[in-house]
Design a protein around this ligand. Sequence first.
Ligand SMILES: [Zn+2]
Length: 190
Amino acid sequence: MPNWKPIVGLSFSSKEFDTYCHALQWNAWRPSFIVLHNTAVPTLANRPNGLNKNHIDNLVKYYRDDRKWSAGPHLFIDDHKIWVFTPLTMSGIHSPTWNKIALGVEMLGNYATEDFNKGRGAAVRENAVAAMATLCAVLGINPNTMKLHKEDPKTTHKCPGAKVNKVDVLNEVEQLLLLRHGNEHSVVHQ
Ligand SMILES: [Zn+2]
């Protein structure tokens, strides 16, 4: 597919990511909700130190050159950092039904088998919750609209793995929003 959307290719702590997102402007395209994924391959075990720039560059080759897509998901989140892949202000490609209306957030790991509640999986989860709380606040998105990739009727991927409990993740995003913003988050960013 022509017209590859160049990636951002920057990594942030959750705090830095919050600052980064507050400076963005969604003029041409504005997402309505978030779709949560896990990479499955690579697993956490495949990436003992998380993702680096080389891995991100290889993902560009995969989506652009092998799959011939115009974009990929928006974020890749590991146990250390939040990597911005496709610009958050442009539509990505990650979930057939929802590409035009949703952000795609990938978590490093295969949560069919790897632990999501402790160790490195818990660190990935914590970064993902923080990133989703930021995106919900900045875009005025209700966290309860979040979808798992496997909820897309047009996909056969069991993504993310069953250890990712949607209700638990939603509750954590909601709690973090309340912690950060009190009750004002639902009105100030409209
Ligand atoms: Zn997925």
